[in-house]
Design a protein around this ligand. Structure first.
Ligand code: HEC
Length: 155
């Protein structure tokens, strides 16, 4: 009889563990979905969780004058309208946006904002509550997107 009791206790323990794990996974999953604001995204990058083909990627481009110049031209034609000329999130289209375009200088000063995170945001955009940022994966080729990453680092 005692054997059986022990078995029940054991099964109960396992069941609890499974439930707690499921709840945790569920909670984290929700945190990673849209409408989470920039901090949520940073946390995702920090936990090594930049998903899909982007995780762990580093820029293949050296920060040559040529790459930076092209990055700057791309930035002004595709990004400044929202993020502002200086990257402070105050472009002409920023007013009335919710969430507001990120202050890129502040974002780039955070050590956990790595290449793969930036490349992913530029490629896929960010869907917040009120529209957010479009993805540029189908508009700009990989080289152009890496040139943008390089330029953001010099903002
Ligand atoms: C239509 C306006 C718009 C345009 C154009 C746009 N963005 Fe954004 N971007 C946003 C918004 C809004 C957010 C913040 C979304 C959020 O809080 O989830 C954002 C977030 C970001 C972030 C994440 C910052 C962080 O703190 O995690 C990066 C990096 C970024 N944008 C880079 C760019 C680059 C580079 C371009 C040009 C290729 C660009 N954006 C074009 C609106 C825009």
């Amino acid at each position: 009889m005692r054997e059986r009791q022990r078995l029940y206790l054991w099964l109960l323990g396992i069941t609890m563990l499974v439930i707690v794990t499921a709840l945790l996974l569920f909670a984290c999953g929700r945190g990673h979905m849209g409408g989470m604001g920039p901090m949520g995204g940073h946390r995702m990058g920090m936990m090594g969780g930049v998903p899909g083909d982007y995780g762990g990627r580093r820029s293949p481009l050296p920060p040559t004058a040529e790459n930076l110049r092209t990055g700057s031209v791309l930035y002004r034609s595709h990004c400044a309208v929202c993020h502002g000329e200086q990257g402070r999130g105050d472009g002409p289209a920023a007013a009335g946006m919710n969430p507001r375009p990120a202050d890129l200088r502040r974002a780039l000063s955070m050590p956990m904002v790595r290449d793969d995170y930036l490349f992913r945001v530029i490629s896929e955009g960010r869907q917040g509550n009120g529209g957010g940022m479009p993805g540029f994966g189908s508009v700009l080729d990989e080289t152009a997107r890496w040139q943008l990453v390089g330029y953001l680092r010099r903002l």
